[in-house]
Write a new protein. Structure first.
Length: 398
């Protein structure tokens, strides 16, 4: 190709994935897609946001349409500090907290700040594909810890930290992990902090699903137990309000936050002033907790619908996680099957349904017999139809 010699070295690892191309096929209107990690669009508070938009334009249009500072609107940051205290048990000030374009930008900024080529990031295995996409451009090496129903395996983490040089940070999604839907136990969170302290590494705590808990007890955030300023916390409005607004936040030690804001300034100057105003005023005019409560009960209902049909329709060789929150379950199918091949050859053409094949979630030692199955974005009757059809195929291939 004409430009091949001109591209930066980092582009060697920045490539479209086969799974993304496969998922593009799932975008046709007649496909029942359990693929995207999307919230249910019928639950967006659109009427309320029309009122908020009108209010902002009438009373503060000039400011809301103007540039603002790179760290974001102070009043929204103040509100988020109060929310961090209330829902996350974290004491912070607006010097620790700044606004980003969703958690995705937070992962990019953290990797840009800490990773030189060859440095090591420790992740869960499987882990969030979007995290790997953000990190890959900085050419890290990965070390991974396996997962069970209580989260990351801490013995494996200890072994990695003991034997590996240049570990910069540990990336974890402790609440309703993407893709598995499981939570890290309190005991493991404490051990994670102790290990990070012993080996002097940063913890990146990514929490977009934390507030969507519909069963069980909240486990304290890792950040709330951080006595040594080594946890960077990522929050997001994507799953509790709207992903299209592209807003999230970082809570970090002051010095790290200031450096990340410099990198954000270089990347995009700031988040949309208008969207920050909308969210800020939304939280003044309406009760966001009431809205989140509506989401919780809807997603609990959808989860129940999906797991019941799985129980009835899937062969005994299959198992799946029972998430107490979040948007998806992690399906394990007969180990003789490859979930990507099954989707391409049977599920898409015959069932007109889709999931995310699990392989892309493994940075190392890829396993092929898993899939992430989303229930938040599909109407109940379509969940029943789609899961029954997927089950019939899995039974036939079993
Ligand atoms: C674990 C995890 N982190 C981060 C994100 C990024 O979300 P956003 O950038 O919309 O806040 C997602 C989105 O699905 C996610 O699942």
């Amino acid at each position: 190709m004409l430009h091949d010699k001109l591209y930066a070295e980092r582009m060697e690892v920045v490539k479209p994935s086969a799974i993304r191309e496969l998922l593009a096929l799932a975008n046709q209107p007649d496909i029942i897609s359990f693929g995207g990690g999307f919230p249910d669009p019928t639950l967006f508070p659109t009427e309320k946001l029309i009122n908020v938009f009108t209010d902002v334009m009438r009373n503060n249009g000039g400011t809301a349409l103007q540039y603002t500072s790179s760290d974001g609107l102070p009043s929204l940051r103040e509100k988020l500090c109060a929310r961090m205290k209330k829902t996350g048990g974290v004491d912070c000030t607006i010097e620790n907290l700044f606004i980003i374009q969703g958690g995705q930008q937070g992962m990019d900024l953290v990797a840009k700040l800490f990773i030189d080529k060859g440095d090591v990031i420790v992740t869960e295995r499987p882990t969030f594909l979007g995290g790997l996409i953000a990190f890959n451009q900085y050419q890290p090496q990965y070390k991974c810890c396996s997962m069970d129903k209580d989260g990351m395996n801490m013995d494996e983490l200890e072994e990695i930290l003991k034997t590996t040089k240049k570990v910069k940070f540990i990336y974890t999604i402790p609440d309703f992990q993407n893709p598995m839907g499981v939570c890290m136990s309190l005991e493991r969170k404490k051990r994670l902090l102790a290990l990070a302290s012993k080996y002097n590494v940063i913890i990146l705590e990514d929490t977009p699903y934390r507030e969507i808990r519909y069963e069980g007890e909240h486990v304290p955030t890792i950040k709330s137990m951080d006595k040594e300023d080594r946890v960077i916390f990522l929050g997001s409005f994507s799953k509790i309000l709207s992903p299209g607004m592209r807003l999230g936040w970082v809570v970090a030690p002051k010095e790290i936050a200031a450096k990340m804001v410099l990198l954000k300034m270089a990347a995009d100057t700031q988040c949309s002033t208008l969207n920050m105003w909308l969210v800020d005023r939304f939280m003044d005019m309406y009760n966001i907790d009431e809205h989140i409560e509506v989401l919780r009960s809807a997603y609990l209902r959808k989860r129940n619908v999906m797991l019941k049909v799985m129980q009835e329709a899937f062969p005994a060789s299959c198992s799946w996680t029972i998430p107490q929150g979040g948007l998806f379950t992690w399906l394990t199918i007969n180990p003789k099957l490859d979930s990507e091949k099954v989707m391409k050859e049977h599920i898409l053409p015959e069932a007109r349904a889709a999931y995310v094949p699990g392989a892309g979630f493994f940075p190392l030692n890829v396993e092929h017999n898993h899939a992430r199955v989303n229930y938040s974005c599909v109407p109940d009757e379509k969940i029943i139809e789609g899961i029954n059809k997927v089950g019939a195929i899995l039974k036939r291939l079993d």
